[in-house]
Design a protein. Structure first.
Length: 210
């Protein structure tokens, strides 16, 4: 799939978004567990958007490489943080052949936008070194949250039907776990972030490549 067919996500600036208020603290906890004690460590960001998360990781001592299909997002990122290695590209490309393999791959709030999630998961897996860790976040869906959305009349807004290039997949712990297991990941665990767990805004999957 060509990037110009999927690069319509709009970025107005290179700043963090409100979603990062609850995603970043949890991400940084997980990254701290993985970071070598001497500092450094390599990480690939699959779907780096406007570069704001890559910038935070770089400030934490990580050597970050990232791609995103959004021409606008990468332009914002390169203008704001020219020292970072952020490029146009997507999960539909052979990224491992181009950039190599990494001990850690992160992908925040991306999989819900992906047309071919199994291709995405295979790329995620291929980017990791054996024994490496993937950290994937996506909006959380579960019985109680979906019931609350229906009862409060917020289902239409939540499903973003009128948002061009918005969410097209809606994941639960069960379905995202199955996707990752199909791709070959093991030791999969989930954290829920934002609000109480039953009504969480997002979930974060931490998975290992054998």
């Amino acid at each position: 799939m060509k990037n110009n067919e999927i690069d319509g996500y709009r970025w107005n600036n290179a700043e963090l978004t409100c979603a990062h208020d609850y995603l970043l603290p949890a991400l940084l906890v997980e990254m701290a567990r993985l970071q070598p004690s001497a500092g450094g460590g390599r990480v690939f960001e699959l779907g780096c958007g406007n570069g704001s998360v890559a910038s935070v990781l770089a400030q934490q001592g990580w050597d970050v490489t990232g791609v995103d299909p959004s021409t606008e997002g990468i332009a914002q990122a390169n203008a704001q943080w020219p020292q970072l290695k952020l490029f146009e590209g997507s999960a539909y490309d052979d990224l491992a052949a181009r950039y190599g393999r990494f001990p850690v791959v992160t992908s925040l709030e991306v999989v819900e936008h992906v047309y071919a999630p199994r291709h995405y998961a295979a790329t995620l897996f291929s980017l990791l070194e054996p024994g490496g860790t993937a950290i994937v976040s996506t909006p959380y869906h579960g019985y109680w949250k979906n019931l609350a959305l229906a009862l409060t009349g917020k289902m239409d807004a939540h499903f973003t039907a009128l948002w061009d290039h918005g969410h097209i997949k809606f994941w639960s712990v069960k379905t995202l776990g199955e996707l990752l297991r199909e791709a070959g990941f093991t030791n999969i665990r989930f954290e829920r972030v934002g609000r109480i767990p039953a009504l969480a805004k997002s979930m974060i999957a931490i998975a290992r490549k054998p």
